[in-house]
Design a protein around this ligand. Sequence first.
Ligand SMILES: [Zn+2]
Length: 245
Amino acid sequence: MQPKIKSKIFSGILGEIIEGIFINKSSNKKNNRKSQKGDDIYANVTISSKEAVFGTSRIINIIQSKPCPNCMGKKFINEALCPMCKGSGEISTHKKINCNIPSNAKNNSKIKIENEGNDSTNGGLSGDLYLIINIDEKSLFTVKDNIVYMDLPITPYEAALGANIEIPTFYENITIKIPPNTSSGQRFRLKGQGLYIKELKENSDMIVTAIIKLPKNLSEKEIELYKSLKENSSGNVREGLKNNE
Ligand SMILES: [Zn+2]
């Protein structure tokens, strides 16, 4: 069961992805006649669990509002609505910001990017941009209490006969041995294949759950073989299911 380590580095979902446009404004308005800070902008960012562990970056596409340069934010010029901002006092500009997401980002955490929110309408500080981190539930890995979890799809024949299967970890590809007669849901603990824990100076474990999966389309030959398997099968997998009578 000792996994053999291969030298290949697993390259996960890294790299820059341009996120959508976000215009969530916060209500930063206070009844204060002094110069007010511009509104904050919130942007939802989805990252993989691997990116959450190692850190990543995203180009965030935002719409910032600035005081209209024509009416200086006053909405009117000579008692007529400002034609440039149509009386809103603000104009919107698109901006792309390259944002770093630090390592060990937690789900639903906020990352503050200072001064990248909306400009103040009366000479105050700009608002801030907040990235709201969403760790993709469909990530290959799940991390809980420093243990890395992964579902491993296996075919029915691999479950029956056993197999050596190459899998990715956070750091490299390894080959694990699935023993013969493995059931769906069976878990395998891979010592030291989880995350590197600085404080302990060692890696946590990784838990792989075997999930028996059929390919989407079975060939006629495969169906024939399954029929033959059905006629020749022994043992009862549903022994535990008994009527409560
Ligand atoms: Zn204007």
